[in-house]
Design a protein around this ligand. Structure first.
Ligand code: ZN
Length: 235
């Protein structure tokens, strides 16, 4: 029997962006699976948070629970082993001569997309969803729409299957992402994101700010705090 439900596979890290994308996916599709990647991130906290976020989203809305399929974690330790970055080593966050922060993991999104597509292929899913965002991010070249379109074309050709990638946050500001979360899941979902999702590059979860947990200093905290401040002031 053909499964005619609209299915999608979401790349889910447990951060603010992918949690918002998950709510978006659960409103758009009949069935959504999730995939996460372990690449020897310096801080295990991100992987712990992603399980909690998944669990809390299941209990937040029965209609979300009904559509949420299995979760898979793919081990990409080899990526961590060859990456000399602030996310995979105890290296200070600095900017290189191109202006890219040392939190940039070369090839990361390109590799994630390949593995996500390979998993989707096996599951009979052709729609991938990711929280990439080019409008308000640290300038990561693998978050840009041109890069992603080229990669999806290569994947579709190489697997001889027409894959599509949905990036609902691509042109949203961080404040816009909070507004979208509010639209999709109301105050309770915004609260869930504040309390449970993790963005901080330093793995800090001791101090609770009005925008959530984090060191308050790193570029990820900076973006999150700025976005929250604009969102809560209604900008
Ligand atoms: Zn931080």
């Amino acid at each position: 029997m053909m499964d005619k439900r609209q299915k999608a596979l979401l790349m889910f890290s447990g951060g603010q962006d992918s949690a918002t994308c998950l709510a978006w996916a659960l409103e758009q599709y009949d069935y959504v699976e999730t995939v996460g990647f372990h690449y020897e991130q310096r801080h295990a906290i991100e992987m712990e948070c992603r399980m909690t976020v998944l669990e809390k989203m299941r209990s937040l809305r029965p209609e979300w629970e009904a559509k949420l399929g299995q979760d898979k974690i793919i081990d990409l330790a080899a990526l961590g082993a060859i990456s000399d970055t602030s996310l995979t080593r105890d290296v200070e966050i600095i900017h290189n001569e191109q202006g890219l922060p040392s939190t940039f993991v070369p090839g990361r999104n390109l590799i994630f997309l390949n593995f996500a597509a390979a998993l989707a292929y096996r599951r009979g899913i052709t729609t991938l969803i990711g929280g990439m965002c080019q409008a308000d991010f640290s300038g990561y070249p693998d978050c840009r729409i041109d890069t992603l379109n080229a990669q999806m074309q290569a994947i579709s050709l190489g697997m001889d299957r027409a894959f599509t990638l949905e990036t609902p946050l691509m042109n949203l500001s961080k404040a816009g992402a909070w507004s979208l979360a509010q639209e999709l899941g109301g105050e309770a979902f915004v609260e869930l994101i504040l309390e449970q999702t993790h963005s901080c590059y330093m793995g800090e979860r001791e101090v609770r700010h009005d925008w959530g947990y984090g060191c308050g200093q790193c570029p990820a905290c900076d973006l999150r705090a700025k976005g929250w401040s604009e969102y809560s002031r209604g900008l």
